[in-house]
Design a protein around this ligand. Structure first.
Ligand code: WTA
Length: 636
């Protein structure tokens, strides 16, 4: 029996679950009516597996639902309390956001951006980032935001894949007191690409940059833009954005999200999970470059007219108390962060949060990785003072919004540290074996989702076939999440990490194949395999095994540095391995599959025991030899 914590807000709406269980389509139909539509739909769901269209025939606009609808009742309410890394702050009301977004929408129009065009956004965490996204949404352009830690090569791939003619960036962004020159990175990225017509440059850090004929300053464009721009009436299924995410193949996939379904999902989950009230001050620490920032920094809070804190910099800069200082300064009531951040805060010691007044907090959340029960309890006791429910929310870039989470705004159920509890209403999921049969209680299996849901991705950008193969081919007409899970006898789901070759480093998704193909493209490398090993703070860190081209004898320190530089410039610093091992061979099965479990064991110094039981078809003696050799070479 695992320990339970019974702490709810007293809300209890059994009818909603009953309705969802009896007819999920009409249930979501009801939920969609919480949004403002220009015209209602003729069909709630058009499901031609694996393609789902929600609210077909309805017309809607995301920016209209985020801003226009609040102009009567909340025009002067604060939308964003922005905190710069270097102590600057800005407050933007709903009226300010409305004006800025309309102006910037006109700027985009003046650059000939039309409905359906893609716009790449590479900005630091400043209010102009949500403003750019909402301006795209306003005119029906599809935004594709790239996390500002990604490299020039990553931007180039994404700009080419999405065929973006316009890029929005800044001169620089602050990170740990230093200025990162984002404009330089964009210049490198588009060097030699004819596709890009315009680069809009926000002056954030006032660092020195070079401007070319394509480049225009944000302020100059805004100065001459009119502040009135009506929101386009868009079909519910009109794409809102592409967000690239790592998978099991060499190149990141462009996850494509729609409008009406996605917003319905966000509106509902924000209400149920965070119990959002008009007086709340919400703070989600995610960078908008990741899906959590898209869904629960930009869209969901604005749909509800909420006030939120947006922080520009590193959570431990200039010192370990920064987060708690922000919570106290803004009287944050709802705090949403990651297990990696919590493990780091916990390591700093209780004295740090204990010297701040955190009594405004009433609800805590976590996302992105499994949370260790000890960390959950620390969060509950030290931060929440045993009075705040913790919502452990499971979801993915592809799912658009939460699918498993406690829902204090809807119902009171006992919490179990480490479990996301139950699926949200309207979601029917199972934990299954390789054949698709439900596994017994407390048995590890694959998490699958049995019916479509409104926040579900539309497809992968330009690749319906890959969409079908990645998510819908393992189990017929059921969405394959790629995660392992178990279900206990109370029906609670426990997430156990990825079943595929996707790593989660500090909560960020990194594909092993993507990293391997980067390493192998170095001229001295013949073969490479990377895997994740567990880490007390980051959850997982990367180790890489590299086989050099035949006969090459190279100073491994110098080569290691070259490889690290290459990874940083091809992908970004987040993909840097903690350790690179140079080995003569990789352990493989007879069919040539790399035995990652063995590599993991090498990285963690585990005793592997009898290799014959490890994997079917392994060339046992050969593998044993390779394994011993690797261990020996590492010891040497
Ligand atoms: C993992 C992040 C355990 C999971 C929103 C999933 C989690 C992947 C949780 C998606 C959680 C996310 N407990 N694991 N509460 N939330 N994950 O696309 O492996 O960056 O498949 O979306 O994160 O990562 P993504």
């Amino acid at each position: 029996m695992s320990e339970t914590f019974d702490i709810g807000l007293g809300n209890h709406d059994v009818h909603l679950r009953k309705k969802a269980d009896s007819d999920f389509i009409s249930f979501w139909d009801d939920q969609a009516r919480n949004l403002s539509w220009f015209s209602t739909w003729t069909a709630t769901l058009d499901w031609k597996p694996p393609f789902a269209k929600w609210f077909v025939g309805g017309t809607i606009n995301a920016s209209y639902n985020a801003l226009d609808i609040h102009q009567n009742s909340r025009a002067d309410k604060t939308a964003i309390l922005w905190e710069g890394e270097n102590d600057e702050s800005r407050t933007l009301t709903y009226a300010d956001m409305f004006m800025q977004v309309q102006k910037f929408a006109n700027v985009l129009k003046s650059l000939d951006v039309k409905k359906g065009d893609r716009v790449t956004i590479y900005l630091p965490m400043v209010p102009e980032l949500p403003i750019s996204m909402l301006a795209c949404a306003r005119i029906g352009a599809i935004h594709t935001v790239i996390f500002s830690g990604f490299s020039a090569a990553s931007i180039r791939d994404r700009v080419n894949d999405s065929e973006s003619r316009v890029i929005i960036t800044a001169d620089g962004g602050y990170r740990r007191g230093k200025i990162v020159n984002l404009k330089d990175v964009v210049d490198d990225a588009i060097d030699g690409i004819d596709l890009v017509d315009h680069v809009i440059v926000l002056e954030r850090a006032k660092n020195k940059i070079s401007m070319s004929a394509k480049d225009k300053f944000w302020n100059d464009l805004m100065d001459s833009a009119s502040s009135s721009c009506d929101a386009e009436r868009l079909e519910s299924t009109h794409p809102l954005y592409i967000l690239y995410t790592s998978g099991t193949t060499g190149k990141p996939k462009g996850v494509l999200h729609g409008t009406g379904g996605y917003l319905t999902h966000l509106y509902s989950t924000f209400k149920w999970a965070f119990d959002i009230q008009d007086t709340d001050v919400f703070f989600c620490t995610a960078d908008i470059g990741w899906v959590t920032g898209h869904s629960y920094v930009v869209y969901a809070p604005l749909l509800h007219g909420a006030t939120q804190v947006m922080y520009e910099g590193a959570p431990d800069f200039p010192d370990e108390s920064r987060m708690w200082d922000i919570l106290q300064k803004y009287n944050v009531t709802i705090f949403y962060t990651t297990p990696t951040a919590l493990r780091m805060f916990m390591k700093f010691g209780d004295d740090v949060p204990n010297s701040f007044d955190l009594s405004s907090l009433r609800l805590l959340g976590t996302v992105g990785e499994p949370i260790n029960p000890e960390v959950w309890k620390w969060y509950f006791k030290t931060i929440g003072k045993e009075k705040c429910p913790i919502i452990d929310t499971w979801w993915q870039t592809e799912t658009g919004g939460m699918l498993i989470s406690p829902l204090p705004g809807l119902e009171t159920i006992p919490l179990k540290p480490g479990s996301g509890t139950r699926p949200i209403p309207g979601i029917n999921l199972d934990v299954v074996d390789e054949h698709g049969d439900v596994v017994p209680i407390n048995t590890k299996g694959h998490l699958v989702i049995n019916n479509p849901w409104p926040g579900m991705l539309l497809t992968l950008w330009g690749d319906d076939e890959k969409y079908r193969n990645v998510y819908w081919s393992k189990y017929e007409n059921r969405y394959y999440s790629g995660d392992f899970a178990t279900q206990d006898d109370d029906g609670y789901i426990w997430l156990l990490g990825r079943a595929d070759d996707v790593l989660k480093v500090a909560g960020h998704r990194i594909g092993t194949a993507e990293l391997e193909s980067c390493i192998v493209s170095h001229q001295s490398v013949a073969e490479s395999a990377v895997c994740g090993i567990s880490d007390n703070v980051k959850g997982e860190v990367i180790i890489a095994f590299v086989v050099l081209r035949h006969g090459l004898k190279i100073d491994s320190d110098a080569l290691e540095k070259e490889l690290v530089d290459k990874i940083r410039s091809d992908i970004g610093a987040i993909a840097t391995p903690r350790q690179i091992y140079f080995v003569s061979k990789l352990p493989k099965t007879r069919s040539g599959k790399i035995m990652r479990r063995l590599l993991k064991a090498i990285g963690t110094n585990e005793v592997v025991g009898d290799l014959s039981t490890l994997e079917d078809g392994a060339a046992v003696t050969e593998v044993k030899k390779v394994f011993d050799e690797i261990q020996k070479s590492i010891k040497d």
